[in-house]
Design a protein around this ligand. Structure first.
Ligand SMILES: [Zn+2]
Length: 86
């Protein structure tokens, strides 16, 4: 997967046209567009670093929800009473 862009024009004013031979050209300067990868090296490292902070949080939330929904700990209320009054 790749995206086309014009390296000479501003990124906010990109107009694309198709030439008669099927090549994508810039609508402003007329130069052929160049391919740009969707995920470059900088984006890859940014995703890696942000996942290092987000993934432990997601795992913690999953375990907290699993503990809340798990009712097995409240079945043995006698043990809880004995532990608290000793
Ligand atoms: Zn251009």
């Amino acid at each position: 997967m790749s995206r086309y862009y014009c390296p000479f024009c501003s990124s906010s004013y990109q107009l694309y046209e198709t030439r008669s031979d099927g090549v994508l050209i810039c609508g402003q300067c007329g130069d052929p567009l160049t391919k740009k990868p969707v995920i470059n090296l900088r984006k890859f490292f940014a995703l890696l670093l942000s996942s290092a902070f987000v993934v432990p949080l997601v795992i913690m939330i999953v375990f907290v929800i699993k503990d809340i929904t798990n009712k097995e700990t409240f079945k043995n209320m006698e043990n809880v009473v004995l532990m608290t009054f000793n």
